[in-house]
Design a protein around this ligand. Structure first.
Ligand SMILES: NC(=O)CC[C@H](N)C(=O)O
Length: 396
């Protein structure tokens, strides 16, 4: 789309950062964080808080996040608001305003220094509304984000790199972000002033707590904390664990995590495992990528969305009672729910109020269900924590 606010403008004085889209459009700004260049798909996120969690959500691997909220970085960073450790998440971010000095009692450092330490590239001073409009109209573009304090950029080379990248479709990224080894999960929800605490009166390993095996496709830590808080013990296993290995751990139920990339590509190895777990009548709960792959295992298809859903205020409607949940989301693929596309055994339980896309399923005759959103972010009477309690309640 030819948008005058985001076009082919020449490099302005002082520009040390640039975003080069595969269609040749360029956005100039001021670089911060790591120096260098990275390729990915540009998406936008509408959350007003939680930039550190967004940047460390492994589901953003190979993506460049445009924050629509203009003031990003102004509460700094800290050691606790990490959704993952040492695995790739978003490769970079694009923000409107220059990042100011942190003003928050929890801040342990600046967003700029944190981005540099994490090897992620930022650009400020970009017209993020124009970029968001571009994505809404024409879909999420592939691009290169580059930062050079000297201000010199080889634009043709950057453009070539953006064009040469294969894109997210068909890409299995779970394999790059999954844990390499099995891990007994410890720790529960974080509370201000208390850190990570366990549910009152219980502790992992207590007899009587059901055992959940969680397949890690690039999980956000908070999801495991929620399962523990709901009353289960969690063993996290790598993405390529077999059904036999999982069943040998004698789980009461299996959790399928969120993760980056195309569910169809990841599903090439995970779907047969999920099918065996379904056949074994295992209770299963999937979130985001896990939800999508549960759908694939039951015979549904997934498709790439035009702009995806990313933010902390996405309305999702429960089909059984019409209640609307305000959810936290990050996905660019969805289970195809166009008329006739869902197999009879896949019951749609939740839909997006934005675009009617699928946001939740249950598998007929099985204790298996999935949602397309991160349920930790809906406080109040419609608190989506109920889904974790529902899952743990199914475990014998
Ligand atoms: N949050 C997620 O698990 C994302 C799932 C998948 N990679 C998507 O983009 O749709």
């Amino acid at each position: 789309m030819a948008d005058p606010a985001f076009s082919l403008a020449p490099q302005p004085d002082g520009a040390t950062g640039v975003l080069v889209l595969a269609d040749g459009q360029v956005a100039w700004g001021r670089g911060f964080g790591a120096v260098g260049e990275a390729v990915g798909e540009v998406c936008f996120n509408t959350a007003m808080t939680g930039y550190q969690e967004v940047m460390t959500d492994p589901s953003y691997a190979s993506q460049i996040v445009t924050f629509t909220f203009p003031h990003i970085g102004n509460v700094g960073t800290n050691a606790e608001d990490m959704e993952s450790h040492g695995v790739p998440g978003a490769v970079g971010c694009v923000v409107r305003e220059d990042v100011t000095a942190p003003a928050n009692f929890r801040a342990q450092g600046t967003f700029q220094a944190w981005m540099e330490a994490q090897g992620r590239i930022g650009i400020s001073g970009v017209d993020t509304r124009a970029l968001t409009r571009r994505i809404r109209v024409s879909g999420a573009p592939n691009a290169v984000i580059a930062h050079n304090p000297e201000g010199t950029f080889d634009l043709p080379a950057l453009l070539e790199k953006a064009r040469a990248w294969q894109g997210l479709e068909g890409l299995d990224l779970a394999i790059a972000v999954t844990r390499k080894d099995r891990e007994e999960w410890e720790g529960s929800l974080w509370h201000l002033g208390e850190g990570y605490t366990l549910p009152e009166g219980t502790a992992p390993g207590d007899s009587g707590r059901p055992h959940v095996v969680a397949m890690d496709f690039g999980a956000k830590d908070n999801i495991f904390r929620n399962i523990v808080a709901a009353g289960a013990d969690v063993t996290v296993v790598p993405a390529k664990t077999t059904a036999e290995e999982i069943l040998a751990l004698k789980p009461a139920g299996v959790f399928l995590s969120n993760g980056p990339g195309d569910p169809a590509a990841t599903g090439a190895y995970a779907v047969p495992v999920i099918q065996k777990l379904l056949a074994a009548d295992m209770p299963i709960f999937g979130i985001c990528l896990g939800h999508q792959m549960l759908g694939l295992a039951a015979g549904a298809r997934t498709t790439k969305m035009n702009q995806g859903h990313r933010g902390a205020n996405h309305p999702v409607q429960r089909k059984d009672d019409g209640v609307v949940e305000i959810t936290s989301m990050n996905h660019g693929f969805a289970i195809d729910n166009t008329p006739g596309a869902l197999p009879e055994t896949v019951i749609e339980t939740h839909v997006s109020l934005f675009d009617g896309s699928n946001c939740g399923i249950a598998i007929a005759g099985k204790k298996a269900f999935g949602v397309q959103y991160h349920p930790e972010a809906s406080p109040g009477p419609q608190d989506s924590f109920y889904l974790f309690e529902k899952f743990v309640g199914m475990l014998g």
